[in-house]
Design a protein around this ligand. Structure first.
Ligand code: HEC
Ligand code: HEC
Ligand code: HEC
Ligand code: HEC
Length: 209
């Protein structure tokens, strides 16, 4: 092959790989777990039983390929909380219409129980996972999830339209905050899989005055 032909082939390869990377930013990110790509979270068929789990029904929810934990995580609460958070875990089977889906799916890995070796922060006594009930108070010491974003109950909250217009997502008819309100599993562009960069606390102030 002539040198110029090799260059054309190379250039075509570079262009097509760039276009491919653009359409699935999850590839090559920390969520491209063991380079499994989409399969790390979604199974084309048979839910969790496709990947050695026991619950084929998990596939009814976004083709999820993992068993759902029945762990309870507790909730953050304080006297100044006006929109109270509700438990996301427990034995009640998850439905694909539940707003809490957008938090509980994360906990199929980030609970520190089902995937004990998945840790995110390093504390003084070793690593902790966001939702680990054993070493990190479950979700009691995390930004609350599974509560309404309702400015009529708390005047320090921005209007719902400011939140959704500002690039964040609220779930269900009650406009609840879930993990995926702030995070987007598929896209690492803003760091920490955030929906928007938190420069000058821009993420926080999309919701809090
Ligand atoms: C680390 C886990 C993970 C990986 C890997 C992953 N997803 Fe997802 N996916 C999710 C979660 C969680 C949701 C639910 C939306 C949310 O809460 O962020 C979702 C939602 C979806 C949806 C439905 C809603 C939407 O956002 O369009 C589609 C389609 C989808 N994923 C396709 C893919 C494809 C294709 C890949 C591979 C290129 C992929 N996912 C890789 C976790 C993952
Ligand atoms: C299939 C398992 C799995 C699921 C489901 C999953 N994650 Fe992850 N997540 C991981 C792994 C593995 C890492 C990398 C941990 C590391 O490198 O220390 C990670 C890392 C992260 C990080 C840190 C990224 C960084 O740049 O440091 C964030 C934030 C995160 N996940 C949020 C979420 C959220 C929010 C959800 C649900 C919408 C979710 N994850 C669902 C497995 C998962
Ligand atoms: C109100 C917004 C918000 C919500 C809701 C939220 N996060 Fe985060 N999360 C953040 C921000 C901001 C960071 C980056 C923190 C930093 O850089 O110090 C982060 C960081 C993380 C990390 C990286 C490691 C760490 O511990 O800092 C993980 C993992 C994570 N979030 C998972 C979750 C899960 C799982 C949920 C739902 C239970 C969730 N997040 C809900 C805003 C949020
Ligand atoms: C998607 C919207 C949203 C985002 C983004 C968000 N919050 Fe919140 N946050 C809420 C809601 C809703 C509450 C519940 C407040 C209430 O009703 O009293 C809350 C509660 C809190 C509380 C507990 C208040 C109390 O009375 O105990 C703190 C502290 C807090 N948020 C800080 C932050 C910080 C810091 C950030 C940025 C990393 C952030 N929030 C991002 C919606 C959000």
């Amino acid at each position: 092959m002539k040198c110029s032909n090799v260059l054309v082939v190379l250039a075509t390869f570079v262009i097509t790989s760039a276009a491919w990377a653009q359409t699935s930013k999850v590839i090559g990110s920390k969520h491209d777990i063991n380079s499994q790509g989409c399969k790390g979270c979604h199974a084309s068929h048979d839910g969790a039983s496709a990947t050695g789990g026991s619950n084929a029904a998990s596939g009814k929810i976004l083709l999820w390929d993992r068993d759902f934990s029945t762990q309870t995580f507790g909730v953050y609460d304080s006297p100044s909380m006006q929109n109270k958070a509700a438990e996301i875990g427990g034995a009640t089977p998850l439905q694909n219409t539940d707003a809490r889906m957008n938090s509980l799916l994360c906990m199929s890995c980030h609970d520190g129980v089902t995937t004990p070796n998945l840790t995110a922060n390093t504390g003084p006594t070793g690593s902790v996972s966001v939702g680990n009930p054993a070493n990190s108070f479950g979700l009691q010491n995390d930004h609350p999830v599974n509560m309404s974003h309702d400015p009529t109950k708390n005047a320090q909250l921005t209007p719902v339209a400011t939140v959704t217009g500002g690039g964040l997502t609220l779930y269900g008819s009650a406009n609840t905050v879930q993990c995926s309100s702030c995070h987007t599993t598929h896209d690492p562009t803003n760091g920490s899989f955030l929906r928007k960069a938190n420069t000058n606390s821009a993420l926080c102030t999309t919701c809090h005055l």
